[in-house]
Design a binder for this molecule. Structure first.
Ligand code: ZN
Length: 112
């Protein structure tokens, strides 16, 4: 089934945890360049760099030490799907359908 392709309408809550939402939040705080707000459709490397630095994980990211919390794949610019907090730690999810699904249910459990 191709139900996981594109934006899942039923997972609007998980969508709030997308990196673009985070960038938007940082932009609103004034920690990120204003242009971020107008380029949310394409997260540029520079914007992600600012984002990762704000999280304090930029060095780990570039060292290939950030792993998907679900499948363990190394997180890269290409496969970064979402960032979320877990027990005070910053976690990442890659863009595999299974991981996006796992994240959605994890988020759902947390807020339920
Ligand atoms: Zn994954």
């Amino acid at each position: 089934m191709a139900s996981t392709a594109g934006t899942a309408g039923t997972n609007s809550r998980a969508h709030q945890f997308s990196i673009r939402s985070y960038l938007d939040r940082w932009a609103a705080r004034g920690d990120a360049p204003p242009r971020v707000t107008s380029t949310l459709n394409a997260v540029h490397d520079d914007d992600l760099e600012v984002f990762l630095k704000n999280l304090g994980v930029a060095a780990a990211f570039h060292a290939g030490m950030l792993k998907c919390a679900f499948c363990g794949d190394v997180i890269t610019f290409e496969n970064l799907y979402s960032v979320f907090a877990d027990s005070g730690a910053v976690r990442f999810a890659c863009d595999r359908a299974d991981c996006a699904k796992a994240l959605a249910s994890k988020v759902a459990n947390r807020v339920a």
